[in-house]
Design a binder for this molecule. Structure first.
Ligand SMILES: NC(=O)c1ccc[n+]([C@@H]2O[C@H](COP(=O)([O-])OP(=O)(O)OC[C@H]3O[C@@H](n4cnc5c(N)ncnc54)[C@H](OP(=O)(O)O)[C@@H]3O)[C@@H](O)[C@H]2O)c1
Length: 294
């Protein structure tokens, strides 16, 4: 089977490509600005280039982790966010559909307003930010396009990736430099191991699951709790992490506060639960290249 991973230079795409290669799939991956050997360049805003790539590659599966995923940047650059996250994603969805490939779209817990989370797959979305709005638009489009496609909503993705600014890498970088970490004590979500996200995504493809599914870590925690547990896992004092209210962070985009995703449907589909945060942190430390961390 041949898979195309669009956005293979990002943390989720990278993990997907290395898993697919380990599992002996034929894989083609793309980058946009961060050139990586073995990947091909693609800007999903260029509809012709998307069509050419998919028609030539003829994949059976198209994964689309590519997006402008910086929530505050999207808020400040709404046109660019829509061009990439909505129009670009639609170019890929349309062409995947045209060649009969299964399309896997990665979406977010930020489609919800965070007034009463955690949320199930059938709860009403109501995004607070430009970013959340762009992801919801594509969800709606994909649902109309084909019943066989899969929308994976995930949250707070983390893992070891020297090129990524995911939350774990940020916390580690700051603590290593001796800079204190502040983290919101009123934002709730499910930290999700990037490697488990990739593994579960592939399991869902193998089972030919369609529709919308939440793929996220089992535990719901605050950012502050997440940061303290990361600090402890890396061998730093959890006391170096200080709590702060979201209102004091002056973030450009509004965050869903009581957010998070319910994962019961996934447990039924897979026959197992995703990792607890403690399990995911142990897994992170095993994959970390520097065993002494701190
Ligand atoms: N990270 C999270 O916590 C989180 C939470 C919920 C949902 N998600 C969703 O999960 C998906 C993957 O996130 P991630 O953390 O892997 O993001 P990421 O590390 O920022 O990677 C984004 C990828 O998109 C590519 N890209 C950006 N603009 C593009 C364009 N115009 N054309 C083609 N490719 C483009 C990037 O390429 P270059 O780097 O080469 O420019 C990169 O490969 C996203 O759809 C995101 O919305 C993420």
């Amino acid at each position: 089977m041949k898979a195309l991973v669009i956005g293979a230079s990002g943390q989720v795409g990278k993990s997907l490509v290395s898993l697919l290669r380990r599992e002996a799939w034929e894989v083609l991956g793309t980058y946009h600005t961060r050139q990586i050997a073995g990947l091909v360049g693609l800007d999903i805003r260029d509809q012709k280039a998307v069509q050419e790539l998919i028609r030539t590659a003829k994949p059976a599966i198209v994964f689309l982790p590519a997006a402008l995923a910086n929530v505050d940047y999207c808020e400040e650059h709404p046109e660019e966010a829509r061009a990439i996250n909505v129009e670009g994603a639609i170019h890929v969805a349309d062409e995947a559909c045209r060649v009969g490939a299964k399309f896997i779209f990665f979406s977010t817990d930020y489609v919800f307003d965070g007034l009463s989370g955690p949320y199930g797959e059938d709860d009403e979305p109501c995004p607070l930010s430009v970013y959340g709005g762009t992801k919801l638009r594509v969800e709606q489009y994909v649902k109309r396009l084909s019943a066989s496609h899969l929308i994976i909503r995930t949250a707070w993705v983390f893992g070891y990736d020297g090129d990524s600014v995911n939350f774990a890498m940020q916390v580690y970088g700051r603590l290593k430099q001796g800079t204190p970490v502040v983290a919101a004590e009123d934002q709730w979500g499910n930290p999700t191991s990037v490697d488990e996200l990739a593994e579960v995504s592939l399991d869902l493809v193998r089972k030919d699951v369609a529709g919308t599914l939440h793929v996220a870590g089992r535990d719901l925690v605050t950012r502050f709790d997440f940061a303290r547990r990361l600090a402890a896992a890396f061998g730093f004092s959890p006391e170096s992490v200080r709590p702060v209210a979201t209102a004091a962070l002056s973030q450009r985009a509004r965050r869903p506060l009581r957010g998070g995703l319910k994962t019961e449907k996934l447990r039924c589909v897979l026959g197992r639960a995703t990792m607890t945060l403690d399990e995911a942190l142990r897994d992170l430390c095993e994959r970390w290249p520097d065993p002494s961390h701190a």
